[in-house]
Design a protein around this ligand. Structure first.
Ligand SMILES: [Ca+2]
Ligand SMILES: [Ca+2]
Ligand SMILES: [Ca+2]
Length: 333
C-alpha cells in the first residue's frame, strides 16, 4: 500500500530527527507551561440530527466518533484525562468518568446515535461544572470538547443555562440568552457573570453542518422528543449566527474550531494547509519551523495549538502521515 510505504520511509527520517532533537533549543520550555495536566470532557451530540448521512455515505455521528478517536490519540506534552458525555432528549449521559486514552477509545467505540432532541446548553454548562470540580488541587487546563451538529432546542428550564435564543449575533449576545449563559460559564464558571478576564476553560468545537443542501437524501431527519414535545424538524442548514457563536466563543477561549461540511472531506489532524491530507507538505512545514515559537513561526505549523512548533507537532504529523489523502477525490468540495 502506498500510504504504508510512505509512512515506513518516514520512519527513517523520524529516527534521524530524534537524534537531532537534543541539539535543538527546547522552545517549549520558554513558554513555561503553567499547567501540569489537561482535563477534557468530550461532549458528544447523539441527537437525531446526527443520523444525517454525509455525501461520503457516513453519518455525522460516525464521523464525529472518528474525529474524537483521532483527538484522543494525539500525542500531548501534558498528561491527559478524558471523560465522555453524550447528550440527547432533555439530559445527558456520563458515558465515562475521567480516565486514560485507552479507556476513552473503548468508550467511544461503543456509542451509538439516538433520535431525540438537542439539550446542548445543558450539557456544556454541566460539563464545565464537572471540570471545575475535578481534582481542583491540580493546575490543569480544563477543556470542554464539543462535537455537535446543531442548535440547542431542548435544555430544560431547570438548567442554569436555560434561556431564549440571543436576539443578536456573537459577540453581542443578549443578556439571559442561552448563548450568553454558555459563554459566561466557559469564561467564569458562572452562567450569570461575564468578566473581561481570560476564559477559565478552553472550548474546542467540532461542528458538522450542511454546507450544500442535497436533494437526494430522502426524507428529512426529525428529532423526536419522548417527553411530550412535538418533533423538531432539523434545519436544512445551520444559521450563520449559530456558527459564529460557536466559532467566536471557541476562539476567544483559546480553543480550536473545526467546521465540517457534509459535502466536504473530514479534516484530519496534522493537516497544516487544509487540503485534507497529511503528507510531505505538512511534514516539511513543521520541520521547517521546528523549535520556534509562534510567532515568528506561522500558526499553521503549530499543529496542537500550544504556540510552539516542537516534537509534539512533529509526532502528530508523523502518526497521521497519509491520513485523508485520496479521500477528497471521492467527494465534491
Ligand atoms: Ca440535533
Ligand atoms: Ca496537508
Ligand atoms: Ca505545538
Amino acid at each position: 500500500m502506498e500510504v504504508k510505504t510512505q509512512t515506513l520511509s518516514r520512519l527513517g527520517s523520524y529516527v534521524l530527527l530524534l537524534a537531532a532533537l537534543a541539539l535543538l533549543p527546547w522552545a517549549g520550555e520558554a513558554m513555561a507551561q503553567s499547567f501540569s495536566e489537561r482535563h477534557v470532557i468530550i461532549v458528544i451530540d447523539r441527537s437525531g440530527s446526527m443520523q444525517m448521512v454525509r455525501s461520503n455515505g457516513q453519518t455525522r455521528f460516525t464521523e464525529a466518533i472518528k474525529r474524537a478517536r483521532s483527538y484522543v490519540n494525539l500525542s500531548s506534552p501534558l498528561p491527559r484525562s478524558f471523560a465522555v458525555w453524550t447528550f440527547e432528549e432533555s439530559s445527558y449521559i456520563k458515558e465515562q468518568g475521567f480516565a486514560d486514552a485507552a479507556t476513552t477509545l473503548a468508550t467511544l467505540n461503543r456509542l451509538s446515535v439516538g433520535n431525540g432532541v438537542t439539550p446542548l446548553a445543558l450539557a456544556v454548562c454541566d460539563a464545565v461544572d464537572e471540570l471545575l470540580q475535578y481534582n481542583p488541587g491540580v493546575t490543569a487546563e480544563k477543556v470542554v470538547r464539543l462535537v455537535s451538529d446543531g442548535e440547542e432546542n431542548s435544555t430544560p428550564p431547570s438548567s442554569p443555562c436555560y434561556g431564549p435564543d440571543s436576539a443578536t449575533p456573537y459577540p453581542d449576545l443578549t443578556m439571559d440568552s442561552w448563548q450568553w449563559k454558555v459563554r459566561n460559564m466557559l469564561k467564569t464558571g458562572d452562567p450569570l457573570r461575564d468578566d473581561p478576564g481570560p476564559y477559565k476553560l478552553v472550548f474546542d468545537v467540532d461542528v458538522l453542518y450542511n454546507y450544500i443542501s442535497f436533494a437526494s437524501t430522502g426524507s428529512p431527519v426529525r428529532e423526536v422528543s419522548s417527553t411530550g414535545r412535538s418533533a423538531v424538524p432539523v434545519q436544512p442548514r445551520l444559521t450563520s449566527a449559530y456558527l459564529a457563536f460557536l466559532q467566536g466563543v471557541s476562539t476567544a477561549s483559546g480553543g480550536t474550531f473545526t467546521a465540517i461540511g457534509d459535502s466536504s472531506p473530514v479534516p484530519v489532524f496534522g493537516d497544516t494547509n487544509q487540503d485534507y491530507c497529511v503528507n510531505e507538505t505538512d511534514y516539511n512545514l513543521v520541520l521547517g519551523y521546528y523549535g520556534q515559537a509562534v510567532p515568528p513561526a506561522p500558526a499553521a505549523a503549530d499543529v496542537n495549538h500550544d504556540r510552539v512548533v516542537d516534537y509534539y507537532d512533529y509526532t502528530i504529523v508523523v502518526n497521521n502521515y497519509g491520513s485523508g489523502c485520496g479521500a477528497s477525490s471521492a467527494v465534491s468540495r
